[in-house]
Design a protein around this ligand. Structure first.
Ligand code: 5GP
Length: 189
């Protein structure tokens, strides 16, 4: 039986592994399309414009705000991030489910506008593990790392507002849980 396409929102602190889990989810659930966000953050090595993010200047981003192009936007770690309405609408219009990987403020805004959106919070097994993973990733400066850890503590307090919490203690196990949640929600009306 066909059901309406669904919106899935994934949040979690930087370093919790939501990027890796989402990549696996996208491979295992072919009906899902990832919403590519816009950001004013500088690209990390290997990141591609239009694939990982739309990398915009602050002026370009502000123009999109003025033009009401965003479904939601927020300032995260001192940069602007936003979900383009057109990105989500075009996928839903052709019957594809959409997954967006966005911060806690964005998730709350999407849930307000789209109460049927399914929200999933990805948690690291512990704060110690999060520190270890962020240091291993080695993509942030010391100051940026400290900022992300401080935000992580605040974000973790909001996990209780989500429909589901997935603890990323083991990538395969957590990815399996994420796939099960999405599959189960997709067949609900
Ligand atoms: P990063 O800089 O590590 O790619 O992302 C930093 C944070 O911004 C992450 O929590 C990520 O989920 C969030 N983020 C990415 N895109 C969006 C978006 O479109 N809207 C919001 N609100 N947050 C986003």
């Amino acid at each position: 039986m066909d059901t309406d396409p669904k919106v899935f929102v994934i949040s979690g602190p930087s370093g919790a592994g939501k990027g890796t889990l989402t990549e696996i989810l996208l491979k295992r659930v072919p009906s899902l399309a990832r919403s590519v966000s816009a950001t004013t953050r500088k690209p990390r090595p290997g990141e591609v414009d239009g694939v990982d993010y739309y990398f915009l200047t602050k002026e370009e981003f502000k123009k999109h705000i003025e033009d009401n192009d965003f479904l939601e936007w927020a300032v995260v770690h001192d940069n602007y991030y936003g979900t383009l309405r057109s990105m989500v609408d075009k996928e839903l219009a052709v019957g594809r489910d959409v997954v967006m990987v966005i911060d806690v403020q964005g998730a709350a805004n999407v849930k307000n506008k789209m109460p049927d959106a399914v929200t999933i919070f990805v948690e690291p097994p512990s704060m110690e593990e999060l520190v270890k993973r962020l240091k291993l990733r080695n993509t942030e400066s010391e100051a940026e790392l400290a900022r992300r850890l401080k935000n992580a503590e605040a974000e973790m307090m909001l996990a209780k507002n989500y429909d589901y919490v997935v603890i990323n203690d083991d990538v395969d196990r957590a990815a399996g849980e994420l796939v099960s949640i999405v599959e189960a929600e997709k067949i609900k009306n």
